[in-house]
Every structure is written in C-alpha cells, then in structure tokens.
Design a protein around this ligand. Sequence first.
Ligand code: S3P
Length: 166
Amino acid sequence: MKQHLILIGMTGTGKTTVGRALSERLGLPLTDTDRVIEQTTGQSIAQLFREQGEQGFRAVETQVLHQVLAGKPQVIATGGGIVLRAENVERMKRHGWVVCLQASADEICRRLAGDTNRPLLQGDLKQRVRQLMLERAGKYDFADWKVETTGHTAYEVASMIEQRWR
Ligand code: S3P
C-alpha cells in the first residue's frame, strides 16, 4: 500500500531539511535512511564507504529501506543514490508517494560547501556534482511529483508538498 511520503533526489537538494519540516506539518514521524544506516552499523557514512566500499554501503542501504518501508506511515528522507538499485525503486513506488526534490548544480554546491561526510563528493565539488547529475540523469524520473527547491526555503517547499499531499 502507498502509505509513506518518500523524498528522493540528488544529494544536497534538501531531503533531510524538507523532511523535518514536512514531518512537523503532517504530524508524521521522520526517518532519514542515512541516519538509520549510521545507527544500525555504528559507523558514519564516510567510514562505511571507506571500509566496505560503495557496494557495501548500498547493500546496507537496501536493507534499511526495506525495513523502514515495512513500518508505520512516515516521511522518509533517502540518500541520493538510493535510486541506483532497481529493487529500491520498485519498493518505493509500491509503498509510498515519491517526491523528487530538485536543485541546480550551483545551488547544490553552495549548500554542500565544506561537507566532509559525503564520500562521493570528495575532490572538486562542482565537477563531482555535475558528474553525478549526468550519471544519474533520468534515475529520479519515476517520482510522482517533482519540486524545484532552488530559491525556496525548506518551509516553502514543505508547504508546496503538503498542499498536494492533503
Ligand atoms: C549518496 C548520498 C548521500 C549518502 C551517501 C551516498 C549518493 O545522501 O547516502 O553519501 O550516492 O548520492 P544525501 O543525498 O543526503 O547527500
């Protein structure tokens, strides 16, 4: 059953912040899959990538998504790469309304400048963001709704989503 509100989108599009605002507005709990991954493994995302590689991280991410989707209705903020596995996409479509947050590459770089817990963005931030956007073109297209976040506060974005949800 489609019971959750699931936020997907490139890294830095504000899934966690908008998720928090939405959870307050809708009176639903918020689960951030990256935080659940850190809690269950006892490791930071950066450590997990270092010790298990990206595929190790993706395996844990897939397990965590499965568990979270089996729980009570909630707002779910996902990691940007959750869409890379087809089984995750199928499950998200089946169990929730999927909202894709979008932002320009410049805006993403502005938001993530100085971040150290995102292993896929190490090196030249602008170049890495552009490359990820290219690699992932089309991967977020299955979303039920798409929302542009550039130029909007998290509360404005949450309010736009809330209006469609209710
Ligand atoms: C990733 C995005 C991160 C986190 C991990 C991998 C990605 O989450 O899951 O670093 O592949 O885009 P955010 O989307 O919250 O940055």
